[in-house]
Design a protein. Structure first.
Ligand SMILES: *Cc1c(COP(=O)(O)O)cnc(C)c1O
Length: 467
C-alpha cells in the first residue's frame, strides 16, 4: 500500500512516513493511491478489535503489531457503542472514550501507530506533535499522548468559543510531555497559524538535530484510518441485530466540521460498505453545506461562535482529500491555490455531479439545535449533545428512506450548559462519564495564552524548558 499527496502525485510515501510526517511536502495531505475492498463475508460478525485489525491491515500491511496496538488503545475505554431505535434509525455513540468525544476513537490509537511508524523508518528523534483544536482534539490528543516516550504534544485552542468543560479538560492535564496554549482568536486563526509553522523550514531547522514536527490533527492519515472502522462495525451490528439485511443500503448522518469523520465514511463506501448517502450536517458556519449544494466553496464570510463549537470551522481541511479522490491532484492543487489567493473556488460540473450522488447536506442553527435536543429527549428518552443534535435535525429535514445511522460525536455532559438549557433541567450526575468527573475540582496547570503571531515563540519556550 502506497500513499501520495493530494497536491502532487509524484510524491510516494509509505504509511509509516505519512503518519510520521502528518502533512505532505508542499502542504498537501496524504491519501491512499487505491482503495482496498473488503467483502461482507469477511467482516460481518467480527468484534471491534478484530474488525479494526482487518480494516487497518488493508492500509498498513507492514504493521505487524496491529492487534496489540488496537487492544492497548481501547483496553481502558472503548469509545464506540450502537443504540438502535424504532423507525429505522440508530445513534452510533463515539463518545465513550477518554475525553468523551469522538476524537478519542482515533487519538487513543494514533500514539501506537506513530510509535510503530517511528520505529519502522528508524526515526530516533522526538516527534513534536503540533495540533490546532476547536476543543475536542486537544483534550483527546493530550490524554492519548500522555507520557508516550519520544513525543511532545502542544495543542493550540481558540481563546473564544470552546465550552468550559473542554477548556478544563486541557488546562488540568499534568503529564510533562503535553501542553495546551490558548490562541487569541477563533479556530481558523489557530489552524492557519499551525499550518504556517509546518511550512516554515527555517523554524523547523532550529530543532532538526533532536526533533521534528508532526501533527495529530485530522489531516494526519493516522487519524483518518481508525475512523473507517466504526462505519463497518455499525453496519455489522445492524445486520447481526436483525435491523437490516446483509447487503442492504444504509445512510450515515455526520455532524461535520473539518470533514474528517465523514471522509472516513466515504473511504468505507469506496472499500465496498453498502453506504448509499453520507449526510453532511453543518451548523451556521455552513461553508460545507454551501459547497455541497452549489459547487462553490467560499470562506469569505463571517465566522459564528455557535452552540456546537467543535464544528465552528470555515476552512475544512479534509475536503481537499475528497476533491483529490473525485478530480485528481491537479484539480486539488488548483483549488487549494485559489482558496489561498481569493478564499474561494468552484468545482467543475462533473466533479460536483459525482459528489452529489453520495453527499447530501443540511444546515441547522442554534435554535433548531436546542429544540432538537428537547424533542429527542421527550420522544426517545435519550439525551444528545448539540453536535449530535445538528446531525439529527439535518436528517429529519432530509428524510432518508434507508436505515439512518446518526453519528453521536460528544457526550451531552461535555456541553452541559446548552443541553440543560434545552431540556429545562439539570443532567443526572449519575450518568456523567468518568472522564469528566471532578474536572472542576482539579488544578488548572496550563495557563499560557498567546497572540496568533506568537506560536513559534511559545513553541521554542516550551521546547527549551523540556529538552
Ligand atoms: C470534531 C468534532 C466534530 C466534527 O468532526 P470533523 O471530523 O472535524 O468533521 C463534530 N462533533 C464533535 C463533538 C467533534 O469533536
Amino acid at each position: 500500500m502506497k500513499f501520495t499527496s493530494t497536491r502532487n502525485e509524484k510524491i510516494k510515501a509509505s504509511a509509516a512516513e505519512a503518519i510520521t510526517m502528518g502533512l505532505a511536502p508542499e502542504g498537501g495531505l496524504y491519501v491512499p493511491l487505491e482503495f482496498p475492498r473488503v467483502s461482507l463475508d469477511e467482516f460481518l460478525g467480527l468484534d471491534y478489535e478484530d474488525l479494526a485489525v482487518l480494516i487497518l491491515s488493508q492500509f498498513l500491511p507492514e504493521f505487524d503489531n496491529l492487534k496489540i496496538s488496537v487492544k492497548n488503545a481501547y483496553a481502558d475505554a472503548m469509545p464506540v457503542r450502537l443504540k438502535t431505535f424504532p423507525n429505522k434509525f440508530a445513534f452510533l455513540e463515539l463518545f465513550n472514550g477518554k475525553s468523551a468525544a469522538f476524537k478519542d476513537v482515533a487519538l487513543q490509537l494514533l500514539p501506537h501507530l506513530l510509535t510503530t511508524s517511528l520505529h519502522k523508518i528508524g526515526e530516533n528523534r522526538k516527534a513534536v506533535v503540533l495540533t490546532a483544536t476547536s476543543g475536542d482534539t486537544g483534550s483527546a490528543a493530550m490524554s492519548g499522548f500522555s507520557n508516550v516516550p519520544q513525543t511532545e504534544v502542544i495543542v493550540f485552542y481558540p481563546d473564544e468559543g470552546i465550552s468550559q468543560m473542554q477548556r478544563l479538560q486541557m488546562t488540568t492535564q499534568t503529564a510533562k510531555n503535553v501542553h495546551a496554549v490558548a490562541v487569541k482568536g477563533n479556530f481558523d486563526d489557530a489552524q492557519k497559524a499551525v499550518k504556517l509553522i509546518f511550512q516554515d523550514q527555517e523554524f523547523e531547522k532550529k530543532f532538526e538535530a533532536s526533533s521534528f514536527f508532526s501533527s495529530a490533527n485530522s489531516i494526519n492519515l493516522g487519524r483518518l484510518l481508525p475512523q473507517i472502522v466504526y462505519y463497518f462495525w455499525a453496519y455489522s451490528q445492524l445486520v447481526t441485530g436483525g435491523e437490516i439485511k446483509s447487503g442492504e443500503w444504509v445512510d450515515f448522518t455526520v455532524p461535520t466540521g473539518n470533514f474528517g469523520n465523514i471522509l472516513a465514511g466515504y473511504y468505507a463506501k469506496r472499500m465496498g460498505l453498502p453506504i448509499a448517502h453520507l449526510i453532511c450536517a453543518t451548523n451556521k458556519n455552513s461553508v460545507l453545506y454551501d459547497v455541497l449544494s452549489t459547487g462553490t466553496y467560499d470562506c469569505n464570510r463571517d465566522f459564528y461562535v455557535t452552540n456546537s463549537p467543535s464544528m465552528d470551522i470555515l476552512v475544512s481541511s479534509n475536503f481537499e482529500r475528497l476533491i483529490y479522490h473525485l478530480g485528481g491532484a491537479k484539480l486539488s492543487e488548483e483549488t487549494q491555490a485559489e482558496l489561498a489567493n481569493s478564499g474561494k473556488y468552484h468545482l467543475p460540473k462533473a466533479v460536483y455531479e459525482e459528489l452529489k450522488k453520495t453527499f447530501w447536506t443540511e444546515k441547522v442553527d442554534d435554535q433548531e439545535t436546542q429544540a432538537t435536543i428537547k424533542a429527542v429527549s421527550n420522544e426517545s428518552h435519550y439525551i444528545i449533545d448539540p453536535h449530535t443534535a445538528v446531525a439529527y435535525a439535518a436528517s429529519q429535514k432530509l428524510k432518508p428512506t434507508n436505515y439512518n445511522v446518526i453519528l453521536a460525536t460528544a457526550s451531552p455532559y461535555k456541553f452541559a450548559d446548552t443541553v440543560e438549557k434545552a431540556i429545562g433541567k439539570k443532567l443526572d450526575k449519575k450518568g456523567q462519564p468518568q472522564a469528566l468527573m471532578d474536572l472542576e475540582k482539579e488544578k488548572v496547570t496550563q495557563t499560557k495564552c498567546v497572540e496568533k503571531n506568537e506560536l513559534e515563540k511559545i513553541i521554542e519556550e516550551i521546547y527549551d524548558k523540556n529538552n
